[in-house]
Structure formats: C-alpha cells, structure tokens
Design a protein around this ligand. Structure first.
Ligand code: CA
Ligand code: CA
Length: 406
C-alpha cells in the first residue's frame, strides 16, 4: 500500500455501519448502549462497528482520559456520539465559548477523486457544548451563508452525566457536508476533537498537529451501507491500459492503430501500441474497447498494465480477429492460468499486495469468478498471433483493485 499513497492525505479508512436493525437513536444527549450498540455490547454483531478513540494531544502525548466516539448512519445522516471524561476538579462548562469551554467538534469533507489536486478538500465544521448549544464555523473558509446552510437539519444534544463525564450526540444530514451517496459513495475525510476546559487541552482523533478542523492526515469514513468505495483516500488512481508490442524482428511500423489505441511515439520502430482508458474506479467495471490491424504476419505481446502505483483488475475479454486463450481467466487453478504469463517490468519492485496475478476478487469478477490483476510494472501477458491485414477488436472490462471490500 505504501507506494500507492500520497503523503498529504489520510490513509486510514474507518468503516461506518448503519444503525442496528430494530433500534433507533434518539438525539437527547444520553449515549445508551441499547441505542448505539457499541462494540461487544450484546455479542450479536461483534464486527458491526468499531469505536473511535479520541486521545491525541497536540504535543504528541496521549490523553490519559480519552473520549470514546461512535459513528453510524441512518441512511440519510451521520450520527456521532461522544463519551467524554474530564478532570473532576473543575466543573464541566455551562457556557459555550469555543476554545474556552468544554466542547466537541466534528469536521467532515467529502474527498475529491484521486486525479484532483490532493489536500484541497474544505471541511464543514460542527461544534457542540455541554449546555446543548451547537454551531458551525467559517474557520475552514466557508462563507457565513454556506455555514448556515450546512447547519440546516443538524441535531445536537448533550448531557452532563456526573462530575467527570459528559456525553453528546450529533445527527448531521448528508446534505450538511455535501455528501451524496446515491451519486457516488466517496470516502469522507473526518476529524473528531474534544476541547477540555480543565486542562485547556485539545484532544483529537487524528495524530497530526494543526487546527482541529483540518481533516487531512487523519481518518476517512467509509459508509458501508452504500457499497464499495470508488477509490481510496490518499491513493493514486488505478488506470486501464493495455499495450500491444510486436515481437523483435518485425518490420517498422507494422501495426495500424484503430479507435481506442495509439502508436507509442517513444518507441523505436513504432511497433508498440498503447490503449489507455484513463482512471478506473473500484466500485464499477468500466467497459473498454480498441482495435488495430497488423500489416504483417507475426507475434505480438498483449500486455495488461495500468498505472505505476495502483492495481487494476481486468476481466471478460472478447477478441475478434485473433485467438486469445482463456479470455475470462476462468481456466486453471490457484496461480495457474493457461494462456497467460506474469511479468515484472525492469526489475521494479512490486507495489502493494503481491504481484501481478489471476485471482478471485473478494468483491467479484466481471464475469465468472476470476480476474487478472496488473499494474504498470507487474503485467499479465499473452502472445497473440497476428495475421496480415486482419483487424483485431478487443473489448474488456476494468476496475480499480482496492484492498478494501464491503
Ligand atoms: Ca440518545
Ligand atoms: Ca472472469
């Protein structure tokens, strides 16, 4: 994974489940196990969700009294609960001045797709206090009007439980932070922060220093009920790319590029074609098509590639005008895959999880059960026999191979 990551954006994905069936969450400030069903509560769904532990102080230390938070969704809003422990020597705040009183903050920014400039997402800010007051903020750069709009429909309540404990609950509609899961289930950059008036300390979910609302370098929420993520935050995009290389000894410029493919202008002899279909997502198979014609009889390497630092799945090949063996990758067992070989390009190190491979994607193949996984430096290859004057048409489907699946 490491090489797939950009440095400025978060790498940790935090899965968010929907509210447990048959239960409702009441935004009244009381965080009851029966409504939030925290991990291990009744043992019925031990892996349904995890608790977020908010414990990172700005000096790098960990707060001895961390806050526990739960994050869930009811299908139209994000629900966040905080269980805060404070120093009982000082009473819990009864006013609501940001930076002075006890407070909690939720900062949320839907990620931009990986081809966009990283690190530009602007979070919406939601703050709440033990006295029940809650507010937005323009600190991240949104205008007053935009903040007012983001506060529409937001619910918040808090409860002082005892001298050292206060709890809080937020319900934040998706529209409040411009999240539209029906269009695309994008990961959401998130930070949760607790301000403790007693020690004047800022306790954050992320480990990184900086303003509490700065969401980069922290966590990204994945709302699991809306299905697979299209991409991972902080990862470079996967690409769909196939090259066709004439075997050595062929006359120059022996291949005519048709629709969807171009002669690679950096090659000597002009005997390499590149079919590049750009970025592909993890949540859907993209149909790709190209065609070319050979001017000679000869062999050509047909190489499934991709981008240099992310993995791509390929499946469901249909080739006319040449014989492609095992076009669906279904023949063979385990690592064996008749017709195809695996090549590592120029001794480059493997990236991510394993090398080029044919495998069963845990979230499904495009057809059958198996698909190929490749990238620029770890290729899945077959030699095609080309006939002079015969146009070859190739269709296939490609998808980003993300290590996380629903
Ligand atoms: Ca409640
Ligand atoms: Ca298949």
């Amino acid at each position: 994974m490491r090489k797939e990551l950009l440095s400025r954006t978060p790498i940790r994905v935090f899965p968010v489940a929907d509210i447990k069936k048959g239960r409702t969450i009441t935004i009244d400030g009381a965080v009851n196990d029966a409504e939030w069903s925290p991990p291990g509560f009744d043992g019925s769904e031990p892996n349904r969700h995890a608790a977020a532990i908010i414990e990172n102080l700005l000096n790098g230390d960990q707060d001895p009294n961390p806050t526990t938070a739960y994050v869930e969704t009811d299908g139209t809003a994000l629900l966040v609960a905080f269980i805060n422990t404070v120093d009982p020597a000082q009473p819990i705040s009864t006013t609501h001045r940001w930076g002075a009183d006890d407070a909690v903050e939720v900062a949320l920014a839907v990620t931009a797709p990986p081809e966009a400039t990283p690190g530009k997402e602007r979070p919406f800010i939601f703050r709440g206090y033990p006295d029940g007051h809650f507010e937005g903020s323009t600190e991240s750069g949104w205008m007053e009007q935009e903040v007012a709009h983001s506060m529409k429909g937001v619910e918040f309540a808090a409860k002082v439980v005892d001298a050292k404990t206060w709890t809080a609950e937020f319900r934040i509609p998706f529209a409040s932070f411009a999240f539209n899961p029906t269009t695309q289930n994008r990961p959401i950059l998130a930070n949760l922060t607790v301000h403790k008036a007693a020690g004047k300390s800022w306790v954050q979910w992320k480990k990184r220093k900086g303003y509490s609302w700065q969401v980069h370098g922290g966590q990204a929420l994945w709302l699991k009920p809306f299905g697979a993520l299209p991409y991972l935050p902080g990862c470079r995009p996967a690409h769909s790319r196939i090259d066709v290389q004439m075997a050595p000894g062929a006359p120059e410029k022996a291949l005519d590029a048709g629709p969807g493919v171009a002669v690679a202008n950096w090659t000597k002899g002009g005997n390499r074609l590149t079919a590049n279909f750009g970025a592909v997502r993890g949540n859907r198979w993209q149909e790709c098509r190209f065609e070319f014609t050979s001017k000679v009889d000869g062999n050509a390497k047909f190489e499934l590639m991709g981008s240099s630092d992310a993995w791509t799945y390929y499946d469901d090949f249909r080739v006319e005008g040449a014989e492609l063996a095992n076009p669906d990758f279904e023949l063979g067992d385990g690592d064996a895959c008749p017709g195809w070989t695996f090549a590592r390009h120029r001794n480059n190190k493997r990236v991510g999880h394993g090398g080029a491979d044919v495998l069963r994607p845990p979230d499904g193949a495009a057809s059958g059960l198996r698909a190929a996984r490749a990238n620029h430096n770890n290729r899945v290859v077959q030699v095609l026999k080309l006939k002079r004057g015969q146009t070859v048409t190739v269709t296939f489907r490609a998808r980003a191979a993300l290590p996380l699946t629903p």
